[in-house]
Design a protein around this ligand. Sequence first.
Ligand code: DNO
Length: 387
Amino acid sequence: MQETFRWFGVKDSVKLSYIKQAGAKGVVTALHHVANGEIWEVEEIMKVKNLIESHDLEWSFIESIPIHENIKLRKGDYLQRIENYKQSLKNVASCGIKNVCYNFMPVLDWTRTELFWKLPDGSTALRFDKVDMAVFECFIMERDGVEDSYTPEILEKAKIRFSQMTSDEKQALEDNVLKGLPGTVDDLTIPIFKEMIAQYDNLSHADLKANLSYFLNEVIPVCEENGIVMAIHPDDPPMDIMGLPRIIKSEKDLEDLVSFIDSPSNGITFCTGSLGANPNNDLPKMIRKFANRIHFLHLRNVRREADGSFYEDNHLDGSSDMYEVVKAVLEIEKERNIQLPMRPDHGHQMLHDLEPNKAYPGYTSIGRLRGLAELRGLALGISRSSK
Ligand code: DNO
């Protein structure tokens, strides 16, 4: 695996020099200042690339060139937005960057209800709590039809929890869901959010898959001409939320994805945290099955709970067997004779991360460094003992 670290640009308190010290070889980043749907200009791409290279690091993966909502909905100016996307792809390729991550989650990107959930050892973790999510949907945004999305038991628990929450806690939950997370495209308010999800009212899972297929059939030929691989990020969490369809959650969804257009450029970001939150996903099996389509790895380990909640555990703990995951990864790397870019995803806030230095939740220096170091040791152990 090629070790990489995500970096959110010059405003990130985790600096490129820290990434270098962590021993990573590559950086994963995006032009976060360019609005979604606009063209990434060569000059802007080169500024970031040069900065990364001045630290003797490589820009390994773009995460992400986001997909405009009109493309997901296939409405309005979507054709122009797809042309813009193609131009951005040509521009990044002309700068020598050939790896592009994206996702096709409607309205929201990744979603958590708690960003600083206290663990018994004093560090903090990201958490998705099903009851809190129900509180948000039932009582904060007051979504029509929410009763159909939860069991009566969860709805009852949500009612009780909401009645016990202070107004600060309610506000924090709203902020966590709508604007808390790094890498998400927009900060949303409840009225804007409601308008955005209303656009998906009549769009089924099959419709959204058809729109993804349409998009890929437009852009993958451009990728092929320019030597680019695209790598879709699975939905996080891997379930429908807020009544919105989510379409990249399971092995079957990935089968569909690869069938939309048969090209190595039509690939996958294998995120063991997102896919691992779905108890039906057998991660090592899926790694072997999609071996030739996996271009990028996000390694993290969630601890699943019975009601669908989960939190981000240490990289080698959690509900997925990271030993088996890394073993499968090393196997496919050997077969393909490549090193896949891997980033240790979502570290805890721990040690100096707990001081007010404002690293983004999940993107702390020491928490991720711990993850990277553990994964590095695991990979070394497996490869040395299997010779
Ligand atoms: C969360 C991330 C996501 C991911 C995007 C990819 O930590 O993995 O923000 O980057 O969904 O487009």
